[in-house]
Design a protein around this ligand. Structure first.
Ligand code: ZN
Length: 342
């Protein structure tokens, strides 16, 4: 690996081609991907113990309220309720978020014991798509990094990214507290810290790259974790983030039918503006911000009156291409690379 920019980075067509290699709707088809990763069984595990059967809403003794996690304003009008969780939009910064969330102890227990989503992550087609996505992200970040390669992966999950980063020569530490994932990673000899990042008490300026692959959307207070990541970055260090994009075409079309909404686990729904705002407020400078993964098959199914995730509809419109979707930042995930600005 060198610091010389790779040609795919500067050539928009080559860059799009590389993005398409981990866009499941293009590579293997939406219905096939959802079936073969077991998403239909494992996406929304039963969590009826959190719900009051009389109201259909999160139980009063299990909830905590919160204001906008980006700008701190009180919640605006509700957008919709999904699975007993109220989703609102901030009247100030427009962030869509869950306003009444699980108590912290219950949420930590949930993540410690969670098994269903780990099964999806460990499925063959998911690993295939994730590996190509991680390679893209790590190559992107590597173009900005110096030769020093200490990496901290926050929310390592089943460890697909951590294994890849180690293979690529990064001295890698994982943060994870899911019991099964921790056991597996320890058995493989992977360096792991079994605590939330903000409680890990790591020495300042000790990492060249901090990665958070689909982590920020799960956090009750993403600001605390982003601030801690900044404290941990060495001079010349970068933060690499991937989050679901609430401004994506697929989410704008499906609203609460979108799998991205599920209030027990996805608490914050960033779009390009709100992600930029939270990073700017914490004195990060964004050097790359783009979308990846179109979910074009899901979009076509919905527009074709078929089940969005399991339908087989053909293209709705020839002009609706991955190129257009990513040019408008309408892709289903936001990928950002940022560095401390102060
Ligand atoms: Zn706000």
């Amino acid at each position: 690996m060198t610091n010389k920019p790779e040609s795919w980075l500067t050539d928009p067509e080559e860059r799009l081609k590389r993005k398409n290699t981990f866009d499941a709707s293009i590579v293997m088809g939406t219905a096939n991907f959802n079936r073969d990763t077991g998403r239909q069984d494992n996406l929304h595990p039963p969590f009826s113990q959190f719900i009051d059967p009389n109201t259909g809403m999160l139980r009063l003794d299990m909830l905590r309220a919160r204001d906008c996690p980006v700008c701190g304003r009180p919640p605006g009008p509700g957008l919709f309720v999904k699975d007993g969780f109220r989703h609102v939009r901030c009247p100030n910064c427009q962030l869509i978020y869950v306003s009444l969330i699980l108590r912290e102890d219950l949420m930590i227990k949930y993540w410690q014991e969670e098994l269903a989503w780990s099964k999806v992550l460990a499925s063959g087609p998911q690993i295939e798509m994730d590996m190509a996505k991680y390679a893209y992200g790590l190559d992107l970040a590597s173009n900005y990094l110096t030769e020093s390669r200490k990496l901290l992966d926050v929310g390592a999950g089943t460890g697909t990214f951590v294994r890849y980063a180690i293979e690529q020569g990064f001295e890698t530490t994982a943060i994870e507290f899911n019991v099964e994932s921790v056991d597996n990673l320890l058995q493989e000899g992977i360096q792991i810290i079994v605590k939330p990042l903000e409680l890990a008490d790591l020495p300042p300026h000790s990492y060249d790259l901090v990665t958070m692959w689909e982590v920020l959307e799960h956090l009750a207070d993403p600001k605390v974790v982003l601030a801690e990541a900044k404290r941990l970055l060495a001079p010349g260090g970068y933060l690499l983030l991937l989050v679901p994009n609430a401004g994506s075409l697929v989410t704008r079309l499906l609203h609460e039918k979108s799998h991205t909404f599920g209030g027990h686990s996805h608490l914050n729904h960033f779009d390009p503006k709100s992600l930029s705002l939270i990073l700017k407020n914490l004195h990060y400078e964004i050097v790359e911000l783009e979308t990846v993964i179109t979910e074009l098959g899901t979009i076509n199914n919905h527009l074709g009156f078929e089940d969005p995730y399991h339908g087989q509809a053909g293209p709705f419109c020839e002009d609706l291409t991955p190129k257009l979707i990513h040019e408008r930042l309408w892709g289903s995930r936001l990928l950002a690379l940022a560095r401390p600005s102060a």
